[in-house]
Design a protein around this ligand. Structure first.
Ligand SMILES: *Cc1c(COP(=O)(O)O)cnc(C)c1O
Length: 420
């Protein structure tokens, strides 16, 4: 399929690599997430190509998809990780991550999370406010340690994406304002429990243009010059993540081409041999996954025709949250004349839709594939309507690994109790 070479029709049937999706749906039930390991590794390789001959640490932003089997693929490939909670820290350690390659982002780190991260020896805290700096210093000092820190700056550039996933504009809760950066670095370098190691930014997600990145790079380098001019060395520069993927004909820059351009900007300003870091999430996993769902009922109507499927907003939250578009295609196309359908889930909310106005020739019992479902789907899935979360399989060449069993009602009730 466009933008996702690992998902393709062969002899009238949809495959992920060598796995026949109709068969997977039968064996494992639906809704079912199916991921291609080869696709993840190809996306990672595109970044690595862009950085040939440079010092770079790629930190997979694991909130995009934090399933253990997915994390393991990246850990084995030598990736670092960008985490945003203590839960993510424990998950990624369980998947075999090297602590020194973990960086910790997020505006609301708790003392407990800081302590645990210091205990295991993560590589860097991406600090997002001045009060956080003080608390981190306190926690590290009490443990007799020095916390490696980078300060997340808000470069005030418009990533031209959905407002909910824009993070680098003035008025965003993320990062420290451009004007406050030097003062914050001076404060950090004066605190005994901290060791300044870097600078970082992250301007947003699903970015499909190069300009916002180029602007952010320039603004970051301006800041590095100012901070180093004040006698505070910056060991690494972290440009965050945010590169978009092709959901519906979107044409984001290719990772290798984007980095070639960005690196020439760095070279021109004398920063080409710096230690660099990036934090891609969606672009490593988004197009590696599909969600299989069965058509339960067709409900033609006067104004709209509804195609009711067994996946819902609790499995695929992006349409309801961001009005996002996912392509929906039949696993085994029929020759019937297509009809226009509202593809919706069983959840009791009008916001529970998967796709509007889709041309599909379908019958109850057919399996549909919701494409580009590798990022921000399972990691955002919930139990709303007491629905168990879907199962997940990872296709690895000819092998299919179940990386998550379907959640049962017993799993859901485990931590609850009746009043006494
Ligand atoms: C979410 C996030 C990322 C990854 O963003 P993508 O759009 O998935 O690449 C990177 N860094 C930080 C700090 C984030 O919060």
């Amino acid at each position: 399929m466009p933008g996702q070479p690992h998902v393709a029709y062969r002899d009238g049937e949809l495959f992920v690599d060598d796995a026949r999706l109709g068969l997977l749906a039968k064996e494992h039930g639906t809704p079912l997430f199916v991921y291609s390991k080869a696709s993840m590794l190809a996306a990672l390789a595109a970044y690595q190509r862009g950085f040939t001959g440079r010092k770079v640490q790629i930190c997979y932003a694991m909130k995009a998809n934090s399933s253990l089997g997915v994390l393991q693929v990246f850990a084995r490939a030598g990736c670092g990780f960008d985490i945003v909670s203590g839960g993510e820290l424990e998950r990624v350690l369980a998947a075999g991550a090297v602590p020194a390659k973990i960086i910790f982002s997020g505006v609301g780190k708790t003392r407990t999370e800081m302590r645990r991260a210091l205990e295991v020896g993560i590589g860097c805290f991406n600090v997002e406010s001045e009060p956080e700096l003080e608390v981190l210093n306190e926690v590290a000092t009490s443990m007799g340690k020095r916390a490696p820190v980078s300060i997340r700056v808000n470069p005030n550039v418009d990533p031209k994406t959905h407002p909910y996933i824009s993070t680098g504009l003035k008025g965003s809760k993320f990062g420290i304002a451009h004007e406050r950066t030097l003062g914050t670095y001076q404060r950090a370098s004066g605190l005994a429990g901290l060791q300044v190691v870097g600078i970082d930014c992250h301007i947003g997600s699903q970015i499909t243009q190069e300009e916002p990145y180029l602007d952010a790079v320039d603004r970051m380098l301006d800041l590095v010059e100012v901070i180093e001019g004040a006698g505070i060395p910056i060991h690494h520069i972290d440009f965050g993540g945010g590169l978009g993927i092709n959901y519906n004909g979107d044409q984001p820059p290719q990772a290798d081409q984007l980095w070639t351009r960005l690196l020439s900007r760095l070279d021109a300003r004398g920063f080409g041999q710096r230690q660099l870091m990036i934090e891609p999430g969606r672009s490593l996993v988004g197009n590696a996954g599909v969600c299989l769902t069965e058509v339960l009922y067709l409900k033609p109507g006067e104004q709209k025709n509804f195609c009711i499927v067994d996946a819902a907003m609790n499995d695929l939250p992006r349409p309801a949250m961001y009005q996002a578009y996912h392509q929906i295609v039949p696993v085994i196309p029929r020759s019937d004349t297509p009809t226009t359908w509202e593809v919706v889930g069983p959840v009791c909310e009008s916001g529970d839709w998967i796709g509007h106005d889709r041309e599909l020739g379908v019958q109850p019992g057919d399996v549909l594939a919701v494409l580009s479902a590798g990022a921000y789907c399972m990691s955002m899935a919930s139990n709303y309507n007491s629905r168990g979360r879907a199962a997940e399989v990872l296709v690895d060449g000819a092998k299919v690994h179940v990386i998550r069993q379907r959640e049962t009602i017993q799993d859901q009730l485990l931590r609850e109790s009746l009043i006494k």
